[in-house]
Design a protein around this ligand. Structure first.
Ligand SMILES: Nc1ncnc2c1ncn2[C@@H]1O[C@H](COP(=O)(O)OP(=O)(O)O)[C@@H](O)[C@H]1O
Ligand SMILES: [Mg+2]
Length: 261
């Protein structure tokens, strides 16, 4: 069973009433790999990760974790199997210190139930440093960190508490180029620590450098599923733009190139 991918979805479908949000989608995520899920707004990306995260139950198809079929009733059940999800609107308490947010809900205690603040401060600092961010002050309110740094704290937290799979819903969408780079570096760090990462984005330029495989969704259906050595950045970008005005424009601008024999 250990050779089975950590996460495997086969032929998964999900409807909301009569809206078909996902149809016949396959997805695998293995330890030490980054699987990117790309698609425009409404493509079904969030629905797919909500199925993976245990927030929604799929209507058709199968969901396996390490070769065993699962049907999660809550995110807690997914988390118990090592599947941690970091949502775009992070559940942080802005005025609380960084270390407090890091340990939120999993506070380290010593005798008489007192919090082991020293341990939590040092651990937070150490885990951030281990992934390449030197936080000067773990006592500062988390609300004073940049959006990218807050994403990184959430990722480091999942890694620290033993996640095997990390699902990231558009972690770079709201960020500028520099901060997106910081988060992407963190995605790579998580992979190097052996996690199976599922990285959701609508930006092929964020996905391509870090991804090992790419699933492209369009209106709930897969329009491509490729390992990195089978697709170029240009092809990925073109698939993402498929059927859109962007594609037509790109086509118009390329008409000088005769087609291959
Ligand atoms: N809770 C819901 N109820 C009804 N329709 C929904 C719900 N969530 C998403 N949808 C619809 O399902 C489709 C896929 O949405 P979503 O998974 O959020 O796409 P994405 O994350 O790629 O933007 C869209 O047509 C969206 O309007
Ligand atoms: Mg979404």
């Amino acid at each position: 069973m250990t050779d089975a991918p950590l996460i495997k979805l086969t032929g998964v479908g999900k409807n909301y009433g009569n809206i078909i949000a996902l149809r016949d989608v396959d997805l695998e995520a293995s330890a030490g790999e980054v699987t990117c899920v790309l698609g425009d707004n409404g493509a079904g990306k969030s629905t797919l990760i909500k199925v993976v995260a245990g927030l929604h139950r799929h209507d058709t198809g199968t969901y396996e974790v390490q070769g065993e079929e699962v049907a999660f009733d809550s995110p807690r059940e997914a988390l118990d199997r090592g599947i941690a999800t970091v949502y775009q609107d992070l559940a942080v308490v802005p005025l609380m210190p960084v270390w407090r947010n890091f340990f939120l809900g999993s506070e380290k205690r010593k005798g008489f139930g007192r919090m082991d603040i020293d341990h939590m401060r040092k651990t937070t600092q150490g885990e951030m440093a281990a992934m390449g961010i030197d936080l000067r002050d773990v006592d500062q309110p988390i609300g004073t960190l940049s959006g990218g740094e807050r994403q990184c704290v959430a990722i480091a937290r999942a890694v620290h508490f033993g996640a095997k799979a990390l699902v990231l819903d558009e972690p770079t969408a709201a960020l500028g180029v520099k901060q997106a780079g910081v988060v992407l570096r963190y995605v790579v760090q998580a992979r190097e620590r052996g996690l199976a990462v599922i990285f959701i984005t609508h930006n092929p330029h964020h996905a391509y450098p870090v991804g090992d495989r790419f699933l492209i969704l369009n209106r709930g259906q897969s329009i491509g599923y490729h390992p990195k050595d089978e697709i170029t950045r240009e092809e990925l970008t073109a698939l993402m733009a498929g059927g859109s005005e962007l594609e037509e424009l790109a086509h118009e601008l390329n008409t000088t190139t005769p087609s291959d024999p």
